[in-house]
Design a protein around this ligand. Structure first.
Ligand code: SAH
Length: 242
């Protein structure tokens, strides 16, 4: 059984492995969660699955854990990217958290013609992805990439990666998420900002051979809602929910 408290660490995990804690982790475990020597936590590092570990040293600013046994193997999400245009801070945080919970492998914030923000705090967003993985029982943390221009991302679009283009201009059309690329094929979901896509972006996205233009129903959704809806549809059709 996994222990109640789950902690993401960078350190390698394996039977008997000692894992030192940094200041923040020690503060969280011993200060906030009131754990002490003899207690148990679950650890994962995105590579070695989940391990049950004993607390062997507990200090204010440091601590030491020792791995006992593996409680879960590494479970990778499907090879799905979420490409989205950052919106207001709290809503962007929400998007990253939901993408990590719902099983995206990589999160790519992009600047589009109508993107409201030209800066993101990548480290903060990455911390949100870690927290989401800790609380949802995941053994993998999706990487949050640096903010890039959508046009640049499309310039280098991998030939074999299918693209689910959620186009608000399709509002009200029937859902058209078809099979493409075969089982296990790499995919990406593309969601625009509050202002939607510009005509030239729309043209470019429609013209990509990897593109599957999709409607998300009869109503225009806010970008954060659209992300959750698109991830649900994709997971149900192509992902690991089937
Ligand atoms: N301001 C725009 C809407 C943007 S909604 C307008 O009024 O037209 C933000 C993003 O969510 C869109 O760019 C799109 O990617 C996605 N989205 C929202 N509702 C959608 C729908 N019904 N169909 C497809 N995509 C949708």
């Amino acid at each position: 059984m996994s222990a109640k408290i789950r902690l993401y660490v960078e350190h390698p995990l394996g039977a008997g492995q000692s894992v030192p804690l940094d200041r923040d982790q020690a503060h969280y475990l011993f200060g906030v969660m009131r754990q002490a020597v003899g207690g148990q936590v679950s650890l994962f590092n995105g590579r070695d699955g989940e391990w049950r570990a004993d607390i062997v040293e507990a200090g204010k600013r440091q601590g030491l854990l020792q791995c006992q046994d593996q409680t879960k193997p590494l479970m990778l999400p499907p090879d799905l990217w979420l490409v989205f245009a950052p919106i207001k801070k709290a809503r962007t945080d929400f998007i990253v958290e939901k993408a990590a919970e719902m099983g995206a492998a990589r999160i790519l914030p992009v600047q589009t013609a109508f993107t409201n923000s030209d800066r993101i705090r990548r480290d903060r967003l990455q911390a949100h992805a870690v927290e989401a993985a800790e609380q949802c029982g995941g053994t993998y943390v999706p990487e949050v990439a640096e903010l890039q221009k959508l046009s640049r991302v499309l310039d280098h679009w991998p030939q074999d990666r299918q693209l689910m283009f959620c186009d608000e201009a399709e509002v009200g059309a029937a859902l058209a998420l078809t099979t493409g690329g075969g089982t296990g094929a790499p995919w990406a979901i593309v969601i625009g900002p509050e202002g939607g896509f510009s005509e030239s972006e729309r043209k470019r996205l429609h013209a990509l051979p990897q593109s599957h233009v999709v409607s998300l129903g009869p109503r225009i959704l806010r970008a954060d809602t659209a992300v959750v809806a698109a991830l649900t549809l994709w997971q149900q059709c192509h992902g690991d929910w089937r």
